[in-house]
Ligand binder design. Structure first.
Ligand SMILES: Nc1ncnc2c1ncn2[C@@H]1O[C@H](COP(=O)(O)OP(=O)(O)OP(=O)(O)O)[C@@H](O)[C@H]1O
Length: 308
């Protein structure tokens, strides 16, 4: 996809988006609600026509070549897009019958738990059940490219785990898996490559390790909430003094008023120095945590906003 533009009511909801998804890899499109993720994948699925740019799936045009692409592409839509009056099992059988070499329905139905509600009509399924059925329908035909829009939304942890395992398996079988999500742990766990999208543009791309810590893999992050407007340059000096082996290694930001992110060689001494520095100022921190950076931090750094 190159320079994709999609406009609604004169507003660019996708504003020149470049994206590549390789075979045998999971590509995640990660961004907050309204970032343009669904619109982007709908253009790949041939459900929407771009207003600008080029989209090719398996080298073909998703709109003009829709008939040729259909048996080679699996699609899991956010709203399911399935006939509401049909039973879940019938839907899956029907979809499977359209493919030359479908997956074993018994095995697929069991691992995604579809068997348990096979006789229930789609309209009576819970959100999570509907998601699992939609995923089964998307992958039953052994597609070469799979688009999964928020695949584990509304699922319990066990179902989520089953979905993630299936996604890894699809990748290992050689499929190009494109996954949209606003769940950073989903992207972190699954994706070989992540495109972080905001306001219809890709604002960062890379493997998860590349995105998390491009220049200092060992750095950790201290996070805390406190009164807004702390003197962060002074804090960095105090932390530098506590970790003499790495001068100038500390960075501190206040991405949102009263919410602090401090990165550097955080160990026990640095943590003690931070709390002592706060105590000297009579500041009580809350939600103080020590951890590695997450994709949420990356998003916060890039946009000054939380993912959700
Ligand atoms: N058919 C439409 N007509 C008008 N505006 C639309 C239409 N579809 C989407 N939009 C708008 O385009 C923007 C991007 O929506 P999109 O669904 O692509 O975002 P998203 O990143 O998938 O968000 P979410 O995580 O909430 O699904 C939103 O502001 C949405 O309101």
């Amino acid at each position: 996809m190159q320079g994709l533009v999609k406009r609604y009511g004169g507003r660019d909801v996708v504003a020149g988006l470049d994206l590549v998804a390789d075979a045998g890899a999971v590509t995640a499109v990660l961004g907050p609600n309204g970032a343009g993720k669904t619109t982007t994948v709908e253009c790949c699925e041939g459900l929407r026509s771009p207003d600008g740019g080029t989209v090719r799936v398996l080298g073909l045009d998703p709109v003009a070549d829709a008939r040729v692409l259909r048996p080679r592409v699996g699609v899991m839509l956010q709203d399911g897009g399935m006939p509401t009056g049909a039973r879940a099992g019938e839907v899956l059988h029907h979809v499977a019958s359209m493919y030359a070499a479908p997956r074993d329905l018994g095995e697929l139905g069991e691992r995604l738990g579809v068997d348990a509600f096979a006789r229930t009509t789609v309209r009576r399924l819970s959100g999570g059940q509907r998601q699992r059925l939609a995923l089964a329908a998307a992958v039953v035909g052994r597609p070469e490219v799979v688009f999964l829009d928020e695949p584990s939304a509304g699922m319990d942890p066990q179902s989520r785990h089953a979905v993630w395992e299936l996604v890894r398996e699809l990748r290992d079988e050689g499929a190009a898996v494109v996954l949209t999500t606003h769940l950073m742990d989903e992207a972190e766990d699954l994706a070989d490559r992540v495109h972080v999208v905001d306001h219809g543009r890709v604002i960062a791309s890379g493997s998860v390790p590349e995105l998390l810590s491009p220049d200092a893999q060992d750095d950790r992050t201290l996070r805390f909430d406190a009164v807004p407007g702390l003197d962060l340059a002074d804090l960095a000096v105090a932390l530098d003094a506590a970790t003499p082996g790495a001068p100038g290694a500390w960075g501190a930001t206040e991405p949102q008023p009263g919410s602090y992110v401090v990165t550097g060689p955080a160990g026990p001494r640095a943590l003690a120095a931070l709390t002592a520095w706060l105590a000297d100022r009579d500041v009580l921190a809350s939600r103080l945590t020590v951890g590695r950076r997450t994709l949420e931090d990356v998003f916060l750094d890039l946009t000054g906003r939380h993912l959700r």
